[in-house]
Design a protein around this ligand. Structure first.
Ligand code: GCO
Length: 494
């Protein structure tokens, strides 16, 4: 379908670089009531009227659970080095603790074997937000310290079962969203609106990260396995010299609240001061920070855009709420929408420079820690066209986005950043949380009516990158075809 449209360009990634694609269980699996799976907080939340666009749920999603062999063969055509996926905790342990569901564990064990049979390395996330509902009911979810210990046991069980084959483990995906969007703003499951609860949840995620690292270290046997955490560590840029404190404040509450405990064994002093009105941090117990600060082998970075911040000129201290806003102290900060930037279908600014700068900065901040870009990608409204009876998606805008961000990653490496991989978000179009199924991030298009898969132009672009390790560029003959298609895609926004 997409033959002769690309040829290897001049920008190359090292042969040792890991190139792959990523998904998450609740966003792609479906099979919500199949194979002994228990309920998660996202099942509850998405089935609550008004919480997601159009009442969308992950009941079916892309039906990856039942169509995984189709997707595995598609991954092989993409020449992927690795596939990042998450394990649904309630699929493996329906109540989050106690009994293990053998069918759930077997699903992931077979997936890992099938990936390895295709020469694709498994990168496994233990927690991509779909906490077992039972733990929310019993302990208050991540607000409760007990959940951190339940997570440790879950990690032990999964590490023992799959740890002979998994190449890279991530304990958590974006603890920022898990805590602040989940327990503080009300935006994500379970829909909590207390900043004090969100701060406690953030701490228990830090604690559980350390407990899970220890559990994995004691159970995994693959000698070259690496343990990581995937953080949406934000690239933050103040608008002007008077906005430096706004940038500092956001960096403390969004970035250093996790890198501090996990990578330094401490909470930053400014964070404690900034949040004094919300909590006295009494949920931090002696020894917690030593546990959280376990050595890890790799830092996962999820990058989408630069956060341009400025101080809110109209901030009124009396207006500072205890919850229901994006994060504690969010009223003090404004995020600036840069009109000079091209934007994705979700109106996110397209700024590959930010990825380059952030990788260089993170590598300088943590020089002994290799970094893997574990998520980068863009949502666009993708149009399926019929080409001589064959469906196709000419997502030229996604090709341009991915090409620019892989090039930015290569530039960061050339500047000395210790970056060892880049994973596209996402392999498949999927459930974009509260936004439902409108935003499409996949290299592969999903028809949600028929569940038919259609590889997009970007999947061919990425397949050629993985095969040649050189960024593909358009062949001269394809310029006209692209121009025609680009006009089509450029007009389509979400
Ligand atoms: C996140 C999650 C993914 C999202 C992706 C696009 O970063 O929010 O890891 O689940 O779908 O980032 O928003």
């Amino acid at each position: 379908m997409y033959d002769d449209l690309f040829q290897p360009g001049d920008i190359c990634v090292p042969r040792s670089f890991t190139l792959g694609a990523a998904t998450a269980a609740y966003q792609v699996e479906g099979g919500a009531n199949s194979g002994g799976r228990g309920r998660s907080i996202w099942d509850t939340f998405s089935h609550t009227p008004g919480k997601t666009e159009g009442g969308a749920t992950g009941d079916v999603a892309a039906d990856h659970y039942h169509r995984v062999h189709i997707d595995l063969d598609l991954m092989r055509t993409l020449n992927l080095d690795a596939y990042r996926f998450s394990i649904s905790w309630p699929r493996v342990m329906p109540t989050g603790e106690g009994a293990v569901n053998p069918d759930g564990l077997m699903f992931y064990s077979r997936l890992i074997d099938d990936l390895l049979d295709r020469g694709i390395q498994p990168i496994v996330t233990l927690n991509h937000w779909d906490l077992p509902q039972s733990l929310e009911d019993k302990y208050g979810g991540w607000r409760g310290r007990e959940t951190a210990h339940a997570f440790e046991t879950y990690a032990e069980i999964v590490g023992a079962a799959l740890g002979d084959r998994v190449a890279v483990w991530s304990t958590h995906n974006e603890p920022w969203n898990n805590s602040f969007s989940g327990y503080g703003s009300g935006a994500f499951a379970p829909g909590g609106t207390s900043h004090a609860d969100a701060l406690a949840a953030a701490h228990h995620l830090n604690l559980s990260h350390g407990l899970a690292v220890q559990a994995l270290r004691s159970t995994i046997t693959r000698p070259d396995a690496q343990i990581s955490v995937a953080l949406n560590n934000f690239r933050i840029e103040p608008e002007g010299p008077d906005d430096a404190d706004a940038a500092r404040r956001f960096d403390a509450i969004a970035n250093r609240i996790f890198t501090g405990p996990m990578l330094r064994g401490e909470y930053p002093d400014d964070l404690i001061l900034d949040t004094a009105k919300f909590t006295d941090w009494d949920f931090v117990k002696p020894g917690d920070l030593e546990i959280a600060h376990q050595p890890i082998d790799l830092l996962g970075l999820n990058y989408y855009e630069v956060m341009h911040v400025r101080a809110n000129p109209a901030f009124d201290p009396a207006s500072e709420s205890d919850g229901g806003t994006d994060f504690p102290g969010s009223e003090r900060i404004e995020f600036v929408r840069r009109d000079d930037l091209a934007r994705t279908g979700m109106d996110w600014g397209i700024e590959p420079r930010g990825l380059e700068e952030h990788l260089v900065a993170l590598s300088e901040e943590f020089p002994s820690l290799p970094i893997m870009v574990m998520e980068n990608g863009a949502a666009f409204r993708d149009t399926v066209v019929d080409v001589d009876g064959i469906p196709a998606v000419f997502d030229v805008n996604r090709v341009n986005y991915l090409s620019a961000h892989v090039a930015a990653t290569v530039r960061a490496v050339e500047r000395g950043a210790n970056v060892i991989g880049y994973l596209v978000w996402s392999l498949l179009d999927n459930f974009e949380w509260t936004a439902g199924y409108g935003p499409r991030f996949g290299l592969i298009h999903i028809d949600y009516e028929t569940l038919e898969r259609t590889p997009k132009l970007s999947s061919r672009w990425f397949a050629e990158l993985c095969a040649t390790r050189a960024l593909p560029v358009r062949t001269p003959s394809s310029e006209k075809a692209h121009a025609e298609r680009e006009g089509l895609d450029a007009a389509a926004t979400l």
